[in-house]
Design a protein around this ligand. Structure first.
Ligand code: ITT
Length: 199
C-alpha cells in the first residue's frame, strides 16, 4: 500500500503542481481537505524555510501522517528582493494577481534589460510520522518581463520571463514548468534527503 502524504497548503495552484511532480514518487498524495485536517498559520518568520516549517508543524500536530509544506515566493533583485516572503500578502492577500503583477511591472518600468533578474524560491518542509523535521530549498532563475503573458501556472508566472525559452513561466507547458521549477527542485532535493529515512 502507498504511504499517505498530506500536503499542507491552501493554495490550489501549488497543490496541483505538487501532485503532478510527486506522481513519479510512490505516495498517496492528499490535500488538507481530503485528510480532514485544517489550520490557520501565521507566517511570522523572516525566512522561507522557517515559514515552511511553521505550516508543516501546524498540520503535523494534528496527524501522525507524513506531512509536507511549501513556502515560496518571487524575489526581484531591482526591488531589493521584494515581494519575497510577502509574495502572497503583497498589496493585500485578496488583491488579484492581475493587479499585483501590473504593479510590479509598473515599478520595474525604468529598470534596464540587464538589471531585471529575479527568481522564484521554494522551501519545502517535511515532518515524518516520528516527528523528525527536514527542510530544503529550490530556486528558478529568470527575469521580470514587460507585460503580463500566458495562461498556465498561477501567481506571478505571467510576468516571470525565462530567457532560455523566450517565454514566461505561464506560457511554457505545465509539464515543462514542473520539470524546471523551484518547487520541482525542492521536492526532488527532499526526496534525496529522505532516501533511506522513510522505511
Ligand atoms: P499556503 O501558505 O497555504 O501554502 P500561500 O499562497 O499563502 O499558500 P505562500 O505564503 O508560500 O503560500 O506564498 C507563495 C506566493 O508566491 C504564491 O501565492 C504566489 O504568489 C507566489 N509563487 C510561489 N510559487 C509560484 C509559482 O510557481 N508561480 C507563480 N507564483 C508563485
Amino acid at each position: 500500500m502507498k504511504k499517505k502524504l498530506i500536503v499542507a497548503t491552501g493554495n490550489e495552484g501549488k497543490l496541483h503542481e505538487i501532485r503532478q511532480i510527486l506522481k513519479e514518487f510512490d505516495f498517496d498524495v492528499v490535500s488538507m481537505r481530503e485528510a480532514g485536517v485544517f489550520t490557520e498559520v501565521e507566517e511570522s518568520s523572516s525566512t522561507f524555510e522557517e515559514n515552511a516549517l511553521l505550516k508543516c508543524r501546524a498540520i503535523a500536530q494534528k496527524t501522525d501522517a507524513f506531512v509536507i509544506s511549501d513556502d515560496s515566493g518571487l524575489e526581484v533583485d531591482a526591488l531589493n528582493g521584494e515581494p519575497g516572503i510577502y509574495s502572497s500578502r503583497y498589496m493585500g492577500e485578496d488583491v488579484s494577481y492581475d493587479i499585483k503583477n501590473a504593479n510590479i511591472l509598473e515599478r520595474m518600468k525604468d529598470v534596464p534589460k540587464g538589471e531585471r533578474s529575479a527568481r522564484f524560491v521554494c522551501a519545502v518542509a517535511a515532518i515524518l510520522p516520528d516527528k523528525r523535521e527536514f527542510v530544503v530549498r529550490g530556486t528558478m532563475e529568470g527575469e521580470i518581463g514587460y507585460e503580463i503573458k500566458g495562461e498556465h501556472g498561477f501567481g506571478y508566472d505571467p510576468i516571470f520571463y525565462l530567457p532560455e525559452y523566450g517565454m514566461t513561466s505561464a506560457e511554457i507547458l505545465p509539464d515543462e514548468k514542473n520539470r524546471i521549477s523551484h518547487r520541482s527542485k525542492a521536492l526532488h532535493a527532499m526526496r534525496e534527503k529522505l532516501a533511506g529515512e522513510i522505511a
